[in-house]
Write a protein that binds this ligand. Structure first.
Ligand SMILES: *[C@@H]1O[C@H](CO)[C@@H](O)[C@H](O)[C@H]1NC(C)=O
Length: 327
């Protein structure tokens, strides 16, 4: 295993251990965005859609639909579907199937269906992620940049069925390709996992900006994360090279004034939000992966990722911050 896989696994173990699951269970999560510019990808103009229906359908070996289920997205544009047991969902697709009651101006057409990707299977728990689904308005919005190099329709090449191995790539956003990096030195063995408080995830929508997380009255919400944990340990060696070995998570929340400090502040905030609410648009592992991808890219990548985290942490102006003072 290279360090990235270890990191992925660690984060998933943390995430799963924090959930109070006793029975075998399978969970599928994903997000629907309004592709306002109709460019087939998620840009800064795009926003998560709530009240959109997503249909998951599975075909058996003869191509007949053997199972389907529909769920509606929440305020974060997220949907979560749970299945009893651990069925094999690798032959299932997710697609936008309707707009529900939301009279969205972004419901003229749905983007392509996406395959379910197994991200994780352990202790009778399976987790599948779905790449972001898109819904489009009838016409691109007037403020959209005139396409210099038009993006072809988001035709998805049929993916080979093979790579269903656990993978770290997060479901939510597609980044422009980044230059390849020299091989990374192996990570020294990972530190022991933090002990898990018995508090389960909040099964509600909540997103809190960074200011809230430094308020002493909410200290008990730090759950699995210790404020004194080192950024280098939580985010890995690329972050260590950028922020040094002494920066703590608490310290990272104070950062401001340059894109890199802003990225780390918002990433730590998203990490806290992801632990606190199962509904938060980023999984714990997604936060870590996106942060690392951004740090390997240009300053623009850093800024764009910081902005995305910031928007999610602000609840996109719709989702409240649900914290009550600790006793
Ligand atoms: C979170 O912080 C914001 C800005 O400081 C504040 O307006 C809001 O009341 C805080 N929310 C909670 C739940 O403390």
């Amino acid at each position: 295993m290279d360090w990235r896989q270890k990191l992925v696994l660690t984060a998933f173990v943390i995430a799963v251990a924090a959930i109070d699951w006793a029975e075998a269970e399978t969970m599928v999560t994903g997000t629907v965005f309004c592709d306002q510019c109709k460019d087939g990808q998620i840009s800064l103009f795009d926003y998560p859609l709530n009240g959109i229906k997503v249909l998951i359908s599975c075909a058996d070996s003869s191509g007949q639909i053997s199972m389907s289920r529909e769920e509606t997205t929440n305020l974060f544009g997220n949907y979560v579907m749970r299945f009893d047991g651990t069925p094999d969902l690798s032959n299932c697709n997710a697609q936008v199937s309707g707009t529900g009651q939301g009279s969205s101006r972004c419901s003229a057409a749905g983007g392509p269906a996406q395959k379910l990707r197994l991200m994780f299977r352990m202790f009778d728990i399976e987790m599948y992620a779905v790449d972001s689904l898109l819904s489009e308005p009838a016409e691109p919005m007037s403020f959209c940049p005139k396409s210099r190099n038009p993006v072809p329709a988001p035709a998805r090449p049929t993916r080979p069925a093979a790579p269903i191995a656990p993978r770290g790539s997060p479901p939510s956003f597609r980044f422009p390709p980044l230059p390849p990096l020299p091989p990374l030195p192996p990570l020294p063995s990972l530190p022991p996992l933090p002990p898990f408080p018995p508090v389960p995830f909040l099964q509600e929508e909540s997103a809190c900006p960074h200011q809230n997380w430094t308020m002493p009255q909410y200290r008990c919400y730090w759950r699995a994360l210790n404020p004194d944990s080192k950024v280098a340990v939580v985010f890995g060696p690329i972050a260590a090279a950028r922020y040094g070995n002494d920066m703590t998570l608490w310290g990272s929340l104070q950062g401001r004034g340059d894109p890199y400090k802003t990225l780390l502040r918002e990433a730590t905030t998203s990490l806290l939000n992801s632990y606190n609410s199962l509904e938060f648009p980023y999984h714990t592992i997604g936060v870590i992966t996106h942060t690392n991808l951004a740090l390997r890219g240009s300053t623009r990548n850093v800024l764009v990722t910081a902005l995305r985290f910031m928007r999610a942490n602000s609840g996109f102006g719709r989702v409240p911050c649900k914290l009550t003072p600790c006793k």
